[in-house]
Design a protein around this ligand. Sequence first.
Ligand SMILES: [Zn+2]
Length: 249
Amino acid sequence: MSVRRLILPAVVLLACIVPAAAQDWDNLSQLQTDEIIGSVTTDFYHEMGHALIDILQIPIMGAEEDAADSLSIYLITTFWEDADAQEIVSASLATWDSMYAPNAGEEPDYWDVHAPDGKRIATMSCLFYGASPETRAEFAEARGIPDKRAQSCAEEYLDLDASWAAYLDPLREGGGGSSIVFEDPEAESPITEAIRAEVDYFNDILALPDELTVRVQSCGEANAYYHGDDRSISICTELAQQVLDRMSE
Ligand SMILES: [Zn+2]
């Protein structure tokens, strides 16, 4: 089952909030804010992947980090209308491009639990393109997907769709609930508003068998985490600065 549905474009989200750190956000352009929200949304979906794997006890045959990356592409392409999905993924991948080790003159860390950034970027690009090749040819060109790989992307996405749909479709058929709790943030911002909207959307369409807490907080670094011990996701507000740094390069 693949139901495309627009949650809320970032533009609309921005119109209905009063950020506590109004000064900072007011100084950003619409493009900067949209890029931040696109990037953070993708990170949230990645962490939702870890949460779903844990809570639903989904068997992963391969690296869990790869599965979480794949889920983020599956969710974006399933939940969002095509034009919005393309903006979100493009923003996220552009941020990753800036972290790509060879660009900083560094060797990739092959011992990290995550695949090297370049490989993650390529895999996610291919899956996203493969989800809708008829509308994403320009995306494929912009990402530089070689023809040889592009030919298999649609099939790769079909495998991904079948894998996640097997777990998420039965959940969705069970209807919504209130299993995901958005913790009151210390300060409101476009990030808290976007993540709260994500939590609301998930609660509208499905109910998890266990409670999951989602919080937006300062972590001291630009990152996002899933904590298995208390079943919670942390989205770090520092991610915003990472996107701004990338855009100013
Ligand atoms: Zn991860």
